[in-house]
Design a protein around this ligand. Structure first.
Ligand code: SF4
Length: 387
């Protein structure tokens, strides 16, 4: 989730973080309020100026009026309801952010950036990943952790001030750095393996308290099911290293983060409210793991399911099926390119769908936007939007 999305859930989150962090501020001898507000503002700039602008540039080059970056999970949601996949196309900026995160990390590991570029890439990744979570978790942090977080944030903002005294220079440099990351050649499977090897060296797990888990789940989840799933995953999922993966696919780029990547299998964790949904949950988790196995080859998948109403766990281990995954992705991307909005499903699915409140309104908006950005209008629209 981007900082902007965090804020759109209400400035409440920021206000809460500020009020709780005052105690760290006093200890540090600094006022946390300007630090947090400034950090949130920079997050917004990275998201709005860099991500939105570069996505439009990319689409313009490809003469693509449909979203370029799509999430693996939303491609799987097609099985539940194809409209759900269309709805998720509005999250393109989040998938682009993950793509930048993956390539940026690789550039840092490869080490062929000069000092200033390195600082800027680190800063971008810090704002993409750590700040939003940190601000959400501040109210639940222990004092020592809170101090550490505020100190880190203060240092990054200090680095920006020192190197970019003018906001205009800073925004220009950010845009150049994100563009440079975006245009870096696509990573190969060996590159992903290298990223995974680095990830294995890092210490994992155990860093969040139950209170932090609950607070983050509350801040980042859109509904009760998501919140339950988030908490369940943080409590019960097996601990494997993982990295973000992506693959250019026709005119699109598909992006996702498996729950775990072992040497011989892809791990997927799911939480379901009741046993009666189990068959569908297994089907979707299995397809998701198959798609990941196309992005990073693994012969096996390990599906781990927690059934909330009974507390039971199911583990399924099978061979991956990359061919089936490719067929599914080709079919969904073709439907998106054709842009025909799918029918609503029959039966009770809408009544249990987490998107039922926004579905009709959001679909109408997507159709309007896609019509506006048809090829001939795309260039003028880009200029108009960002001039
Ligand atoms: S509300 Fe109904 S039509 Fe809309 S995404 Fe959900 S299941 Fe599909």
């Amino acid at each position: 989730m981007t900082i902007r999305e965090g804020i759109s859930k209400g400035s409440d989150l920021v206000e809460r973080a500020i009020s709780f962090s005052r105690r760290f501020g006093r200890i540090e001898g600094v006022d946390p309020e300007p630090i947090i507000r400034w950090a949130v503002k920079i997050g917004g700039i990275i998201d709005k100026v860099c991500f939105s602008w570069l996505i439009w540039e990319k689409r313009k080059r490809k003469s693509l009026c449909k979203p370029c970056f799509l999430g693996v999970k939303s491609l799987v949601d097609w099985n539940f309801c194809p409209r759900k996949t269309f709805l998720d196309t509005t999250n393109e900026s989040g998938y682009y952010m993950r793509y930048i995160d993956i390539k940026g990390n690789f550039l840092l590991i490869r080490g062929d950036l000069n000092d200033k570029e390195r600082g800027l890439v680190k800063c971008i990744l810090y704002f993409i990943n750590d700040v939003a979570d940190g601000i959400a978790a501040v109210p639940a942090m222990r004092e020592d952790k809170g101090q550490e977080f505020m100190r880190g944030l203060k240092n990054v903002l200090g680095w920006i001030d020192k190197n970019y005294p003018s906001p205009k220079d800073f925004i220009g440099a950010l845009l150049d750095a994100v563009r440079k990351i975006s245009e870096f050649p696509d990573l190969t499977q060996d590159d992903f393996e290298l990223l995974l090897k680095e990830e294995k060296k890092k210490e994992r797990g155990g860093s969040l308290t139950d209170e932090e888990i609950k607070l983050l789940a509350e801040a980042w989840s859109e509904n009760e099911d998501q919140e339950r799933g988030w908490i369940s995953e943080h409590r019960f999922a097996e601990d494997y290293p993982t990295i973000g993966l992506y693959k250019a696919w026709g005119n699109h780029v598909i992006v996702g983060v498996p729950d775990g990547i072992a040497d011989s299998f892809i791990y997927e964790y799911k939480d379901t409210r009741s046993e009666k949904n189990l068959k569908y949950v297994v089907r979707d988790a299995s397809l998701q793991a198959d798609i990941y196995s196309v992005l990073l080859p693994r012969r096996k998948k390990r599906i781990h399911i927690h059934i909330a109403e009974t507390g039971d766990m199911r583990i399924i281990e099978e061979e991956t099926n990359p061919e089936k995954a490719k067929e599914h992705v080709d079919m969904v991307l073709k439907a998106i390119d054709e842009g025909e909005i799918p029918q609503k499903p029959s039966g009770k699915r809408c009544s249990v769908c987490s998107d039922r409140e926004i579905c009709d309104r959001a679909i109408a908006k997507i159709v309007r936007e896609w019509q506006i950005s048809e090829k001939e209008n795309l260039t003028s629209k880009v200029t108009e939007r960002y001039s």
